[in-house]
Design a binder for this molecule. Sequence first.
Ligand code: GLY
Length: 382
Amino acid sequence: MFAAVLAVSCQESMKQLTDRVFEVAEYQFTEMDKTLTDTNVPKSTRFGVLVPSETKSWTSGFYPGSLWYVYMYTGNENTKVLAEKNTEKLYIETQRVRSHDIGFMVNCSYGNALRITGDEKYREPYINAAKLLTTRFNPTVGLTQSWNITPSRKQWKFPVIIDNMMNLELLTQAHKMSGIDSLLTVAVTHANTTMKNHFRPDYTTWHVVDYDPETGDIRMKVTHQGYSDDSAWSRGQAWAVYGYTMMFREVGDEAYLALAENIARMLLDRLPEDGIPYWDFDSPDIPDAQRDASAGAIMASSFIELAGYTQDKALSKVLMEMAETQIRTLASPEYLAEKGRNGFFLLKHSVGSYPSDTEVNVPLTYADYYFLEALLRYNGKL
Ligand code: GLY
């Protein structure tokens, strides 16, 4: 009893934890910038050394976005300069559309720049990117196409992945700024069609649903990054709960809130005690399977937001408890990098694509971004 009381009273407060993590983040990301050129951004590491990517990578918006989040918390003008510089590297990505990922790229970079500074110079490129995303919309299918058909993806005709829910925020936000109704129509239609076709009765989601672009018929429901077509790939589940929570915030449709609540209940039932999911909830290697810190960070951020919307008080309480558990685990030495280590990323132990043995047990720029977002949300700053 005495030991338990002592443990609680000695526990680092969430404010202390947040200060500590942002201090590490500011150091890491400032050092990271020194390794970059005028045209690249960080993506991951190989053998512990930072691997950058061109801005065309789907992950290119997360580093500028993380810098904006650090600036938001610390108010450090040097970080703002880095955030501006790394955001502007992505200007070219606001002028062309290569996949649905334009939403991730531009909303995290230009979107945060605009929301945090209010500087008008970010507005036109942001709205332009949203208009470009709608060119991927097929009204017969009622969705924007995720990936293009390339030689390695020729088995599909019109693939849509659950991750694509995340790109809708670019459309809803640009609609609010511009008043262009088609941006909202595309976002809502995409969310409604995904709600109808992507979910199983237990509220897990398929990764890929492929459609016939001529008829809108479903051709197949499969996985690309998960363990099997029938399994629950963890990051896909994270994108789903985040996506519908975000769409409820953006348009207020109660059906989106109900779906987000049901996905969250399923996740709360299945997450390990420390809150960080195995890379796939159905991996046969559990409990020895690889964890995915990125999925844990995305879930923590969306759980905090969802806790503020749900009318189910018991659910709200357990969502906040789970988010705190996830944050505490990610801020522990097991996951949080020491200053100067980990290729200057913040978090260790994420998984890009386990089936293709790409980026397994490495830092990933989006894990850092959503972890910082979770901390900002937990502290009422977002
Ligand atoms: N959107 C790609 C991923 O989550 O890996």
